[in-house]
Design a protein around this ligand. Structure first.
Ligand SMILES: Nc1ncnc2c1ncn2[C@@H]1O[C@H](COP(=O)(O)OP(=O)(O)OP(=O)(O)O)[C@@H](O)[C@H]1O
Length: 273
């Protein structure tokens, strides 16, 4: 809490700009994520969503602006340093260790920040009951108990996505950045994924979600950030976003007569919309 009694944002994005040569990928983007809040980042292809994630997770140094965690700016943009401050993430393309079981993949995440390295994470740790319980809990949270002993290379895309999320939650981040977790999961995988995202939020972990399934993202979110061509087009609660004329014009599509929003153009597959 600040001295005025306001909750200090977990993450503040202040006037972020990123320039790649002649391309302004992000331009003066500002918003915050409060502790335990679920915020979606949506926008058409090329809007700057991944670039924004890369800045917040320390992969990409911004050209201008700053990111603050717990009110303190990131000075050195390094993923390990940002991670150590309680920010976990998943990637657009899943990165499992395919030869390891689902359980050991999750164990890697659970041991990562404290144990430093793959081998030490997997060393038999019979005495560390806390760690084993945490892994069991994460497997159950993600609906993966039944496949826990299968090699990650053999499980379904939906299970794989949830495994990645469980792994990112392993060392108890306060904010997790999820980059298109619904990509490639198919319609069967959407319900268990949505359930997992809801449970993460119920546990008080803040979520920042990039997702092309706009309906899914807005149904789970406290607030949404809409980017368009690198600029912040809108920021607000889901109902405000659905009703925002600039968002509808630029991204969501035309309004039906009864006021529901028609699917967004030019992004994802028909099924994703
Ligand atoms: N490393 C880079 N070098 C040059 N241009 C880049 C780089 N990374 C991203 N861009 C460009 O910056 C813009 C924003 O890209 P970004 O990947 O952040 O968008 P996005 O909203 O995540 O798109 P998508 O939904 O397709 O993943 C695009 O025009 C992209 O081509």
């Amino acid at each position: 809490m600040s001295t005025e009694g306001k909750v200090t944002p977990l993450v503040e994005v202040r006037g972020i700009g990123v320039r790649f040569g002649g391309l302004q990928a992000l331009d003066d983007v500002s918003f915050d994520v409060r502790p335990g809040e679920f915020v979606s980042v949506i926008g058409p292809n090329g809007a700057g969503k991944s670039t924004l994630f890369n800045v917040i997770s320390g992969v990409q140094r911004p050209t201008s602006g700053s990111v603050l965690i717990d009110g303190r700016p990131i000075r050195r943009y390094r993923p390990d340093l940002v991670h150590a401050r309680g920010v976990g993430r998943t990637f657009q393309v899943a990165r499992p260790v395919g030869s390891l079981t689902v359980r050991d993949n999750v164990l890697l995440g659970a041991g990562g920040r404290r144990l430093h390295g793959v081998l030490s994470s997997l060393r038999p740790r019979g005495r560390d009951k806390t760690l084993q319980h945490r892994v069991d809990d994460l497997l159950e949270l993600a609906g993966l108990t039944a496949v826990a002993h299968r090699p990650a290379a053999e499980i379904s895309p939906g299970d794989l996505r949830r495994m990645e999320i469980a792994r990112a939650l392993g060392d108890e981040p306060r904010l997790v950045l999820l980059d298109e977790p619904a990509a490639g999961v198919g319609s069967d995988g959407l319900t268990p994924l949505a359930e997992l995202l809801g449970r993460i939020s119920d546990r008080g972990v803040a979520v920042l979600l990039v997702e092309h399934y706009v309906g899914l993202a807005l149904s789970l979110s406290d607030r949404a950030v809409v980017l368009n061509r690198g600029r912040l087009l809108a920021l607000g609660e889901p109902d405000e976003i659905r009703a925002n004329q600039a968002v509808i014009d630029a991204y969501l599509g035309t309004k039906r007569s009864r006021g529901t929003v028609v699917v967004p153009p030019a992004t994802g597959t028909e099924e994703e919309r």
